[in-house]
Design a protein around this ligand. Structure first.
Ligand code: SF4
Ligand code: SF4
Length: 351
């Protein structure tokens, strides 16, 4: 893999240049202290202000960049009596500084939204993107991150356009695609050639980073178990009773894809919108007749775990969990995917 190098002090200039051509999303620490994936403004003064908050350290990014492609609330089309005006929004998107697990989440969503039906709203946003990942030297939330178990981090082996490896004063830059290579060429003044010994340096950094991830579960065994016939009724009932159905885990999950559709209509005109929804909510599966095939809490809990660890995997070859740990950190009653996996693979009660 070709290796280049960029000084940390040149990152802001790279983003300044990129913002002229791309819709750039990057982790920015807000005044309140949270680090969020933020769309960088194009207007010079606002861009400079946002650049002050760029944060590529191993910080906890509260929400993944999923909503660059699948917004929490979006207009699908406008309509009146005569016509429908579609509002897909294609644009070149640069997802800069995405964590490896979240990049895997985007790759999963790319598959999901074309699996049974081509979702033009998602696909029009996602088709022209460039992902520049940054690996984690240490897990941002050691008690929650379990990427090594799912092989989704702390560095990517493939699927990225560029991957940054923090080497002190500079990032060593792995080029993972032709698009990544074109990007480097377009900003050739900022990307230098790497030294001979720096490939070894990258290997050492990656191996140390993997050792730093302490939370481990048997992810492969869980996928294998979930493939077969099993009876986790007791687990689903217990977790279902514990859950307070706040939806926190769903909204922060990079791979949750449930949505609802509604029409906002005034007279003959209106707009059809969709918004994130969640399989743990009772109303999500309630049918027009009032019948609800998943009216019990335990059935909705079953759906959540089976969807992520069984159906997604069999349909896309990728697990619907990328081991980011956000469900555990957001849950007020400490339910999390890593704990569920531990339960089914060891038989131990964790929740
Ligand atoms: S289920 Fe939890 S750990 Fe897995 S991707 Fe979603 S939020 Fe992350
Ligand atoms: S965050 Fe916890 S309590 Fe809230 S819906 Fe998810 S599992 Fe249930």
């Amino acid at each position: 893999m070709t290796l280049k190098k960029i000084l940390k002090s040149d990152i802001k200039e790279l983003l300044r240049q990129s913002a002229k051509e791309w819709e750039v999303y990057a982790p920015v620490t807000a005044e309140e202290g949270d680090t969020l994936f933020t769309r960088l403004p194009k207007e010079k003064g606002k861009l400079e202000k946002a650049l002050q908050g760029i944060n590529l350290k191993d910080e906890w990014v509260v929400i993944s960049p999923k909503d660059a492609f699948f917004p929490q609330l979006e207009d699908m089309f406008h309509f009146d009596k005569e016509k429908i005006i579609d509002t897909p929004s294609p644009s070149k998107k640069l997802i800069f500084g995405v964590r490896p697990c979240d990049a895997k989440g985007i790759l999963f969503s790319d598959e999901f939204f074309k699996k049974n039906y081509e979702d033009k709203y998602y696909l029009s946003r996602a088709k022209d993107k460039l992902m520049i990942a940054v690996g984690c030297l240490t897990p941002p939330r050691p008690e929650a991150c379990f990427c090594t178990s799912a092989k989704t981090g702390p560095f990517l082996e493939s699927g990225f356009d560029l991957q940054l490896v923090d080497a002190g004063g500079a990032y060593l830059v792995e080029i993972g695609s032709d698009k990544g290579s074109e990007f480097v060429n377009a900003h050739a003044k900022l990307f230098k050639n790497s030294e001979k010994d720096e490939e070894d340096k990258v290997k050492k950094i990656k191996s140390k980073a993997a050792e730093a991830v302490n939370l481990k579960v048997d992810f492969e065994k869980a996928l294998e178990i979930m493939k077969g016939k099993n009876d986790f009724t007791e687990n689903y009932e217990r977790i279902g009773e514990r859950c307070i159905y706040c939806g926190g885990c769903l909204y922060v999950c990079p791979t949750c894809t449930c949505f609802n559709v509604l029409d906002d209509k005034k007279g003959d005109k209106g707009v059809r919108r969709r918004n994130w929804d969640g399989c743990v909510f009772r109303g999500y599966t309630r049918e027009a007749s009032g019948h609800n095939p998943r009216d019990k809490k335990s059935l909705r809990t079953t759906r959540r775990y089976e969807h992520k660890l069984k159906y997604d995997y069999s349909a896309t070859g990728m697990s619907g969990c990328i081991a980011c740990g956000r469900c555990l950190t957001s849950c007020p009653v400490k339910i999390g995917m890593s704990k569920f996996i531990e339960e089914i693979t060891t038989g131990k009660r964790t929740m």
